[in-house]
Design a protein around this ligand. Sequence first.
Ligand code: PXG
Length: 456
Amino acid sequence: MTQMQQSTADWQALDSAHFLHPFTDHKQMHAKGARIIEKADGVYLWDSDGNKILDAMAGLWCVNVGYGRQELVDAARQQMEALPYYNTFFQTATPPVIELSQLLSEVTPANLNHAFFTNSGSEANDTVVRMARHYWASLGQPDKQVIISRKNAYHGSTMAGASLGGMSTMHAQGGLPIPGITHIGEPYWYQDGGADSPEGYGLKMAQELEQKINELGEHRVAAFIAEPIQGAGGVVIPPDTYWPEISDICRRYQILLVADEVICGFGRTGKWFGSDYYNLQPDLMPIAKGLSSGYLPIAAVMVADHVSRVLIEEGGEFFHGMTYSGHPAACAVACANVRILRDEKIIDHVDTVTGPYLQKKWKSLADHPLVGESRGLGFLGALELVRDKTTRTRYDPVGETGTRCRDACLRLGLVMRAVGDTMIISPPLIMSEAEIDEMIAKVVQGLDETYSGITN
Ligand code: PXG
């Protein structure tokens, strides 16, 4: 039986019988059946009932060049015909993994010239933990082991990724965090800033890093990891004072700065990387998602010259890697994807044309009675849904209004993400002005429906 002959009900029954989904309450889902997405083109998805849906999340923050790019399909096919698989362990390489490493050294910040490949952002962050510790041990400082991260951060789902993340619900499952990982506060001014100015609050939260380093002792701290803008935590855009202070602290104390660019990378902010936007010089930089626009799974850790020198010249063998690290087909697709972003000047267009256009429209949503704050940057946006704009009080229980808004939008043919009562967008970077207008109109309609349904 071919795919097209199955009805939605058939798919849902098979799904419920056999498939365990990530991040899903199965009991809840089985009662209504999974949403089945069958095809996509540009910024649109089609479900198994033929509904056309505008994808304002670019899949899961990853389909940066949009759906349906034939060049990426061709790159995978050609590579699979020539060499579908060979490993990169034990002093071996393939042309696509070398080509991609070189291409990444060109588009990432200037001092990042080496790539270590993994299959997911989570594995990239596991690699960060092992690599940072191995780096310091190679320099004769084996006690420099602790990684400082932030509350409400998202760095993945593996043991180390979820431990680096600051999600308490994730820590509660499986006895996390693993030893040697600790968390400081996040610069979420709208939610936590109270009477502080954004600038004052940004500085205060950055200084928590210095306090934590002093509490632990500099000789014990290997690295600080953070997303330039927290994505899954709710598109938390730090006040302007935050990153300069963090950079300064990492430099003054000898702490590796790890910029997790899994979401911010490859044009999301209108620059190639969040680090370009904030003028950061990370020592390690995990990348994923937009690296292949999600067409095939691939991720990497970009490594700064002074770190790679130690790993190469003093580290000996690094006992780390995955069977599919630097998979040739995934590397070929990533190369083609990065070239599309570069040669079609997609990121420049977001920076100068469609990003400002989107942000102007997005900011105007703050006039809606349900919206306490509308913030965004490049092709990222967040709306805080609140009961009282002046006191920034959320509805009770938190999360219900966001879920209702998300469901209303879906009925209207729009995918938006709800993080509690924060509504998120992260659209494909190729979204046109007309498509932005369509998205904003649907968001307004979704907000109206949500607002009119509120009873408390
Ligand atoms: N770092 C960051 C900053 C991420 O956003 C990861 C690491 C892990 O990447 P992998 O490839 O292992 O998933 C992520 C992933 C959401 C959502 O609902 C966000 C992510 C993944 C799944 C869902 O917002 N981010």
